[in-house]
Design a protein around this ligand. Structure first.
Ligand code: GLN
Length: 485
């Protein structure tokens, strides 16, 4: 419609800002709404279109950004007191790429503090609610980005996935949520949590939009030495609708006790659907799956303890001044006040796991387990193009249900963590609902197998309508979104 000039980007952006105004009082997906900048950018792109400029497919499309990605001159909080007033002096590479594509940034979305969590309840500011049921969590840590797309506040968004933070909230909100292969997307300007696991990925409503987002954000970047110099394929061209003869493996370790029956039924139905579309289904085994959570909760905290050492109250971010002149006391006080409970827990666990005498017993062992998990996947992808399993063991849970015991919260990531440990790609997409709530089906692919995953999701979406369903968000309360400071 934009291309045919049936609507303008200003109209489209205004419609999304109105929707934000309407639902934010209850959903609270945004930490910051950049209304003025968004309208200015929309006006600019409309102007370019009128002048006949050649514009890409995302030009004029309103997009939301997880507040873990640096945006030049726009406060980037990581939903932490530590960065509450931090204005980065540069844009993350993915932001630069979206800007170059003339996408419109609507604002920055809420998350678990420093991306640590699975419910967005660890935000230092406020929890985000699931648009499908406001008493439930949207998942996390990219809960704001997921909720914004699900509630129609943005057409797409970006999140980050270290152990499931894109796919898990995607599953809980009926969105398509892709974690790219490690090295596919530059992390320059992504505020680091666990550097050997972090990847940036898109939330969209369908596979086509995910292809457009991936096309824009993928590729080598001299500013991130881990962004691989691997050709970026034409993702949209992969969506042929034809999946005949594609081989899909069903890893038996992902269909264990503890999965809610509604989730199991939804994944089984998706397997049948793929079979009906001509895919070949077979069972496989990933025997080291059960060690995934244990290995992750050593490796991720270890890396986080190193990455978060930079928040010392001296260079940037929050600072608790100590008048006694004692630098150690000032740093301790900064970190005491600036970090929330979960972040402190991770820093302590990680520091412990890395300390002399424990390094071999914990960190080194976890890295060995990681290799075994990767080898499981290598063997499976020798036989299959993709693997299918649930994204999460259950549907969206109630706010507060898992906050008392961190371990029950960690268990949410049992099916998403192995992909990060192995560096492979994965996508969660809407399947059959369970008692009115969305269920995410997960497809895992080998390194750089994104086109395969998107082709499968697209084929599924051509014959199903789950992804087209939108929640009826309560619209009574007024907007509480904070405007840009
Ligand atoms: N929920 C997981 C954790 O708390 C994963 C977070 C993420 O992917 N950023 O670490």
């Amino acid at each position: 419609m934009l291309r045919l000039r049936e609507i303008s980007s200003m109209e489209l952006t205004r419609a999304h800002l109105d929707r934000i105004e309407q639902v934010e009082g209850s959903v609270r997906a945004f930490v910051t709404v950049t209304e003025d900048e968004a309208m200015r950018e929309a006006e600019h792109v409309d102007q370019l279109r009128r002048e006949g400029a050649k514009l890409g497919p995302l030009a004029g499309i309103p997009i939301a950004i997880k507040d873990v990605l640096c945006t030049k001159g726009i406060v980037t909080t990581c939903s932490s007191r530590m960065l509450e007033h931090f204005k980065p002096p540069f844009d993350a590479t993915v932001i630069k790429k979206l800007r170059a594509a003339h996408a419109i940034m609507l604002g920055k979305t809420n998350m678990d503090e420093f991306a640590m969590g699975s419910s967005t309840e660890n935000s230092a500011f406020f929890p985000t609610r699931n648009p499908w049921d406001l008493e439930r969590v949207p998942g996390g840590s990219s809960g704001g980005s997921a909720a914004a797309v699900a509630a129609g506040e943005a057409m797409a968004s970006l999140g980050s996935d270290t152990g499931g933070s894109v796919r898990q909230p995607g599953a809980l909100t009926n969105t398509v949520a892709l974690k790219p292969t490690y090295g596919r997307v530059s992390r320059f300007g992504l505020i680091a949590f666990a550097s050997s696991l972090d990847q940036i990925g898109p939330f969209t409503r369908n596979a086509q939009d995910a292809a457009l987002m991936m096309q824009t954000i993928s590729g080598h970047d001299p500013l991130d030495s881990t962004a691989m110099n691997e050709t970026v394929p034409d993702y949209a061209a992969a969506l042929t609708g034809d999946i005949k003869g594609m081989r899909i493996g069903v890893p038996k370790e992902y269909f264990v006790e503890g999965i809610e029956p509604g989730v199991r039924a939804s994944v089984d139905a998706a397997i049948k659907q793929f079979e009906a579309l001509g895919a070949e289904i077979g069972e496989c085994s990933l025997p080291h799956t059960k060690y995934g959570i244990a290995a992750y909760y050593i490796i991720a905290p270890a890396e986080c303890s190193a990455n978060l050492a930079r928040y010392d109250g001296v260079r940037y971010g929050f600072s608790a001044r100590d008048t006694s002149g004692d630098i150690i006391a000032a740093m301790s006080e900064t970190r005491e006040q600036g970090f929330g409970a979960e972040v402190k827990r991770r820093i302590m666990l990680g520091t412990y796991a890395l300390s002399s005498g424990y390094y071999d017993a914990y960190y080194l062992k976890a890295e060995k387990v990681r290799t075994l998990i990767k080898q499981d996947f290598d063997a499976a992808f020798g036989r299959f193009d993709a693997l299918i399993c649930p994204t999460t063991p259950g549907v969206a849970f109630k706010l507060g249900a898992k906050t008392a015991d961190p371990y029950t919260m960690y268990l949410n990531d049992v099916f998403t963590i192995p992909a990060n440990l192995a560096g492979i790609c994965g996508v969660s997409f809407p399947g059959e609902f369970s008692e009115g709530l969305p269920v995410g089906v997960q497809l895992l692919g080998p390194a750089f197998g994104e086109p395969t995953l998107l082709r499968l999701v697209d084929a599924f979406q051509r014959v199903t309508d789950y992804h087209t369903r939108m929640p009826e968000v309560a619209t009574k309360r007024k907007s509480a979104a904070r405007k840009r400071r």
